[in-house]
Design a protein around this ligand. Structure first.
Ligand code: GLY
Ligand code: MN
Length: 462
């Protein structure tokens, strides 16, 4: 974990920002896979990690804004726990490691909450996203699940988003460590891209790299020759010469900070001329918009710049037509680039998405669009120094979407459907980097991972 004073300072700031009342930050519990003792990989709640730093199940933290006292609640291990799981520091020792002076059992948490409720004090919680968390909160507060929802506090959500959006140097260091490991994952996948290998061999190898470096992966590995499916988790195909693989994967650092990187590479190591054309359009969108990601600029503007680069490239290839600005304003590019340019990255791969996508990614002045494509942009707001974002433009040929638009003659003034038909079966290309917004511009985190056609060809299938 980070030095204890990092957490002390964060909680102090949180108490000031969230206003009067008791701030309850719930940690996660183990989650059963098929019976209670056989659990999924344990993942701590990210806000609990941020304010209390303890990566173990069964803990809650309270920050009391009036008294200024922070308390860690949890139960010490009993002998059965010690026999099966080994010894663990006492709750008071865990608390002191993160600068928390007071600790108590979960039974005491229940009394603290119930007496605060009966005396009319404000309780602030973050939106629960697991069923067991809702049940536990309802039990601890002795109120119904519906009543628990009333404790979800917009003041607390906004305070947490304000704080977690701006990464300090410790956090940036953690994300960079995760990006370094992702670099190894991606170059390994590229090297294994031989005809006859199965997608699952690549996916398994790179997940193993994450695990062997302390992982796990920061989200289920996306790796497929059918890259036109944006989040393709099926890994059963045998790699074929002439196809490309989209690999979107990252890992968690020891302190649970994520990386999220995408590379697209040819099976057998050589792009065809057509693949190179599309690849270079996406690469240009990636490189140019990273340069354009400046503090003060809205990420929606940067996204629209990527859309214009893609539309203009596709126009040069005869797939789109008409005025590029008008095509993008009408959303025609979204036939090929139907998702957003990126999202915040941090303790969550889509950072803080559980707190509300629009509260994280939009502002008073920049609201989410409802237009197809642009509506998927998770991050539209003004960039600030310390933000870490992904930059992940893509270009895809999605047969069902193309057929639907073509049958509706949708935006046919901007799309050459007969030419587009000849790309059915092409798949997709996506290129993604993790980018820090600095005081003056932006910086791609980590050691560069092969990205140009030449660099990828020199690595893939080699
Ligand atoms: N890497 C998966 C995503 O950004 O949704
Ligand atoms: Mn991403």
């Amino acid at each position: 974990m980070f030095p204890g004073k990092v957490y002390t300072k964060r909680r102090e700031q949180l108490r000031q920002l969230a206003g009067d009342g008791l701030i309850l930050i719930a940690g996660n519990e183990e989650s059963a896979m098929n019976y209670k003792a056989n659990t999924y990989h344990f993942r701590q709640d990210s806000s609990f990690l941020y304010y209390f730093g303890i990566n173990k199940p069964g803990f809650y933290g309270i920050c009391d804004s009036e008294s200024g006292i922070d308390t860690l609640f949890g139960n010490d291990f009993d002998m059965d726990d010690i026999i099966w799981m080994g010894e663990q520091p006492l709750v008071k020792e865990l608390a002191s490691n993160v600068g928390v002076g007071a600790s108590a059992s979960l039974k005491e948490l229940s009394s603290v909450l119930q007496s605060a409720i009966s005396s009319g004090r404000k309780i602030h919680i973050l939106p629960p996203y697991r069923g067991d968390q809702q049940l536990a909160l309802s039990d601890l507060c002795a109120v119904s699940i519906e009543a628990v929802k009333k404790f979800v506090s917009e003041e607390l959500i906004r305070a947490v988003i304000n704080m977690r959006s701006v990464k300090d140097s410790f956090e940036i260091g953690e994300i960079e460590k995760a990006v370094e490991i992702a670099g190894l994952m991606h170059t390994t996948a590229m090297k294994m891209a031989f005809p006859g290998n199965y997608e699952r061999e690549l996916a398994g190898a790179i997940e193993g790299i994450a695990l062997s470096h302390g992982g796990p992966v920061s989200f289920p590995v996306i790796l497929s020759m059918n890259g036109q499916t944006l989040h393709n988790h099926y890994h059963g195909n045998e790699l074929e010469e002439g196809r490309m693989v989209v690999c979107d994967a990252g890992t968690e650092s020891e302190l649970c900070y994520a990386s999220d990187i995408t590379r697209t590479f040819p099976v057998g190591g050589k792009f065809s001329a057509r693949q190179k054309d599309i690849y270079n359009i996406v690469l240009k969108a990636n490189v140019e918009t990273i340069k354009a990601s400046l503090p003060g600029k809205s990420y929606r503007e940067v996204h629209l710049q990527a859309a214009r680069i893609i539309a203009s490239g596709l126009k040069d290839l005869g797939l789109m037509k008409g005025d590029v600005d008008e095509a993008v304003a009408s959303g025609a590019h979204a036939l090929f680039f139907p998702h957003g340019l990126g999202h915040m990255l941090g303790l969550d791969v889509h950072d803080m998405e559980g707190l509300g996508e629009n509260l994280v990614g939009y502002s008073e002045t920049i609201k989410r669009s409802e237009q197809f494509g642009l509506a998927y942009l998770r991050m539209g707001r003004e960039l600030e120094p310390g933000f870490v974002i992904t930059n992940e433009p893509g270009c895809y040929f999605i047969p069902a979407l193309i057929q639907q638009w073509k049958s509706e003659k949708k935006l046919e003034q901007f799309i050459n459907y007969s030419e587009v038909d000849s790309y059915l079966g092409f798949g997709g290309v996506r290129i993604e980097d993790d980018v820090l917004i600095t005081e003056t511009g932006s910086r791609v985190l980590g050691t560069p991972i092969p990205k140009t056609v030449e660099e990828v060809e020199a690595t893939a299938g080699a």
